[in-house]
Design a protein. Structure first.
Length: 83
């Protein structure tokens, strides 16, 4: 009933085992399965997280802010006579 890594241990009807941290893979299949799965899950839940009306209002707000900043600028044609 060893206490070394990788050996089975039986303690009062509970059987457990452990694997050395040097034998484990830290990120198995991370790039081949993990990232595509994350992208698929994001696409599936994007409408629940960011509903289209909020996205539309965001674009409307940014457009309005840009137009307001443009309207505060001076027009160069108003000052052609001074040159």
């Amino acid at each position: 009933m060893g206490r070394q890594l990788g050996n089975l241990i039986r303690v009062r009807h509970i059987i457990s085992y452990s694997l050395s941290r040097f034998e484990q893979k830290a990120f198995p299949n991370y790039f081949t399965k993990g990232i595509p799965n994350m992208l698929r899950r994001t696409q599936d839940s994007i409408l629940r997280v960011a509903p289209p009306p909020f996205i539309g209002f965001y674009f409307l707000y940014t457009w309005g802010t840009q137009e307001f900043e443009k309207s505060k600028r001076k027009k160069p044609t108003d000052f052609e006579e001074e040159k």
